[in-house]
Design a protein around this ligand. Structure first.
Ligand code: PMP
Length: 403
C-alpha cells in the first residue's frame, strides 16, 4: 500500500484549499466573457469583483487598487520594469525582482544599488538611509523593492520603516508580500508602500494567478497592453475561474490567520528537536523575526539535494535551500548574501508548514530526521569502513534499506 505523503513545502506551493477548489470548478462551468454586457458576461464580472473584494480585504487595500495578474512573477516584473532611473534592491529578493532589475540596469542604464543584508538576511535601515542620502548623482525616478518575508528563510523585513524612509526621499516602494500574505496580517494601507505583489497558490489558491496592489494615484505603465481589462492596467481576458479560486482562498486565508500561533508552536518544536538530534544544525535567519511556518535548516557536511531525496523516500516533501541546475548544486543566493558558511549552506533544506500540518506529521519528520542522521549501532557493525560524518552514515543506512 502506498505510504501517506506528508507535505512540508507550503512556501513552494500550498495545496489547493477546499473553498478555492469549489469556487474554481464552479466558475469553470460558466461561459461568456467578463467584458460582455449580456447577462453571462455580467455574471462573470460579478465573480471577478467579488474576488477583488476578498483579495483587497486580505491585505487591507481598496478593491479598486487590486489588479489581477498571472501571478506574483508578473506583478514583480511589472513594477521592476518601469522607467526607473535608480533601483534599490536587496540581494535576498526573489528572482522575479532581481532579474528585471538587473535587466533594466543592463539595457536601460538604470542605476542599480544592491543593499547589503546582515547575517540574518535583514536590511539595515540606518545603512539604507545613509546610502540614499549619500547618492552622488540625482536619484531621478527611484524605487526600493523589499520583500515582506523571504521564501527560503521566512525572515521578515522592516517594510513599513523602509517605506517611510523611501517616502521621505521621494522614492517609490514595492514589496513582494507573496510569502507573508495569509501567514501574518498584511496591511497595505498601514505599510505605506506604493505597490505590493501577491500570489494565489502560496495561500491555497490555484497556480497562475496573483495580484498587484497599486496605491491610488500611483503611475504604472501596464506590462501587458492590448486591451482595457483591469482598468487598463493589465490587458487580456481575465482568468475568471482562477480569480474566483484566488478570492475564495484569500477569504479562507484571512479567516485562518487566527490559527498561526498553532503553526508557530509546531515549528518551534520541530527546530528544538532538530537541534537536539543534530547539534551541528544551523537555523538560517534564526536570530530575526520570521514567518510562523518556515525553517531553513543547514547541516554542515551534508548535501541538501541528498537530504531532500532521503526525506522524499521517507514520504516527506521538503525543498532544498540550494538550487540544483545542470546537475550542479549551487548554494542559494539568499544564504550566500547572508554570509552563511558555504559548508552549512550546501546542506540547507527548507521546511515550510501550513494550516493542515499536524503534530503527528512533525513527529514523523523528526523520526525520519533521526534515522537519516543517526548511525544505529547494528548498521555500524554491518557497514565496513569508518564513517566520519553522519551524512555518510545515513547513506549507508539507506543503502541497506535500514529506514
Ligand atoms: N516572490 C516570492 C517571494 C515567491 O516565493 C514566489 C514563488 N516562488 C514568487 C515571487 C513568484 O510567484 P508566482 O509563482 O505567483 O509567479
Amino acid at each position: 500500500m502506498a505510504r501517506e505523503r506528508i507535505y512540508l513545502d507550503y512556501n513552494a506551493s500550498a495545496p489547493l484549499r477546499f473553498e478555492a477548489r469549489a469556487a474554481l470548478l464552479a466558475a469553470l462551468e460558466l461561459g461568456g466573457n467578463p467584458s460582455s454586457v449580456h447577462a453571462e458576461g455580467r455574471h462573470l464580472r460579478s465573480l471577478i469583483e467579488a474576488s477583488r473584494d476578498e483579495v483587497a480585504l486580505l491585505v487591507n487595500a481598496r478593491p479598486a487598487d487590486v489588479v489581477f495578474t498571472s501571478g506574483a512573477t508578473e506583478a514583480n516584473v511589472c513594477v521592476l520594469s518601469q522607467d526607473w532611473d535608480t533601483i534599490f534592491i536587496s540581494p535576498v529578493e526573489h528572482d522575479s525582482v532581481l532579474a528585471p532589475a538587473r535587466i533594466r540596469a543592463k539595457t536601460a542604464g538604470s542605476h542599480l544599488i544592491e543593499l547589503p543584508v546582515d547575517g540574518n538576511g535583514l536590511i539595515d535601515v540606518a545603512a539604507l538611509a545613509t546610502v540614499i542620502a549619500a547618492g552622488k548623482r540625482p536619484l531621478g525616478r527611484a524605487l526600493i523593492a523589499v520583500q515582506f518575508a523571504n521564501n527560503e528563510t521566512g525572515v521578515i523585513q522592516p517594510v513599513a520603516e523602509i517605506a517611510h524612509l523611501a517616502r521621505q526621499h521621494g522614492v517609490a516602494c514595492h514589496t513582494d508580500a507573496v510569502q507573508a500574505a495569509g501567514r501574518l496580517a498584511v496591511d497595505f494601507a498601514a505599510l505605506g508602500v506604493d505597490t505590493l505583489a501577491l500570489s494565489a497558490h502560496k495561500l491555497g489558491g490555484p497556480k497562475g494567478v496573483g495580484a498587484l496592489v497599486v496605491r491610488d494615484g500611483f503611475k504604472l505603465a501596464p506590462l501587458i497592453t492590448g486591451g482595457g481589462q483591469e482598468r487598463r492596467r493589465r490587458a487580456g481576458t481575465e482568468n475568471v475561474a482562477a480569480i474566483a479560486g484566488f478570492g475564495a482562498a484569500a477569504r479562507a486565508a484571512l479567516a485562518g490567520l487566527t490559527g498561526t500561533a498553532r503553526i508557530a508552536d509546531l515549528l518551534a518544536n520541530l527546530e528544538r528537536a532538530v537541534v537536539e538530534i543534530t547539534p551541528n544544525a544551523v537555523i538560517f535567519g534564526g536570530g530575526a523575526p520570521r514567518l510562523c511556518n518556515t525553517s531553513c535548516i543547514g547541516i554542515k557536511g551534508s548535501q541538501s539535494e541528498i537530504l531532500v531525496i532521503k526525506l522524499d523516500l521517507a514520504g516527506l516533501a521538503v525543498s532544498a535551500g540550494s538550487a540544483c541546475s545542470s546537475g550542479k548544486v549551487a548554494v542559494s543566493h539568499v544564504l550566500t548574501a547572508m554570509g552563511a558558511e558555504p559548508d552549512a549552506a550546501r546542506g540547507a533544506i527548507r521546511v515550510s508548514l501550513g494550516p493542515h500540518t499536524s503534530a503527528a506529521e512533525i513527529d514523523t519528520f523528526l523520526s525520519a530526521w533521526r534515522t537519516i542522521h543517526e548511525l544505529k549501532p547494528e548498521v555500524r557493525q554491518r557497514a565496513s569502513g569508518h564513517f566520519e560524518t553522519s551524512e555518510r552514515a545515513a547513506q549507508a543506512a539507506l543503502a541497506m534499506g535500514d529506514k
